[in-house]
Design a protein. Structure first.
Length: 184
């Protein structure tokens, strides 16, 4: 895997790699991916769940019990449920978002896809995502999975990171260049 060396260099990446290897061995990559997608959505939708994950006041044991109880509610597969227990017991629950992101990258690479990090000022609609995927597929020469993030600070436009390439067409960057040019 081309991205595994870079991913494994981080703490979250090592956890994601371990989960990916286990899911691969058990032939459950898709099931674990769906479970992690559900967790990622829960982190966005539920402020209580996000607080549980981020709060240093929640002990390892309490987090483990909470994750075990939430597994069935989120429809998590057994591998992901057990993995969450390990993450909680090791005091790494605050790494969950990064673990999910890194697992998605490993799974995409396994499927022969590459992942593009896309930052926009507003969420992209389905048509925009499809058009962007088509353009990036032509550029990369293989299927592209989009990891979209919203950052109003870029003001408008788009920032795309595809492998080692970065395309910054954000209004913030254009304004900064204009300001620098005007200074002389």
């Amino acid at each position: 895997m081309e991205t595994s060396g870079g991913i494994r260099a981080t703490l979250a990446g090592r956890y994601a790699s371990a989960l990916f290897d286990l899911a691969h061995d058990e032939r459950q990559i898709d099931a674990v991916g769906r479970s992690l997608d559900a967790l990622g959505q829960a982190l966005l939708d539920s402020s209580d769940f996000a607080e549980l994950v981020d709060s240093p006041l929640v002990s390892r044991d309490e987090a483990g019990e909470a994750f075990a109880a939430l597994g069935p509610q989120f429809g998590l597969d057994p591998i992901t449920t057990n993995f969450l227990g390990v993450v909680a017991r090791n005091g790494r629950k605050n790494q969950l978002t990064a673990i999910i992101r890194d697992f998605r990258r490993l799974a995409a690479d396994h499927r022969g896809e590459t992942t593009a990090d896309v930052i926009t000022a507003r969420p992209l609609n389905d048509d925009q995502v499809a058009a962007l995927k088509t353009q990036l597929r032509a550029r990369a020469g293989r299927d592209v999975t989009i990891d979209a993030q919203v950052d109003p600070a870029i003001l408008g436009g788009i920032v795309v990171k595809l492998g080692s390439q970065q395309i910054d067409a954000s209004i913030r960057t254009k304004l900064n260049r204009l300001a620098s040019a005007m200074k002389g």
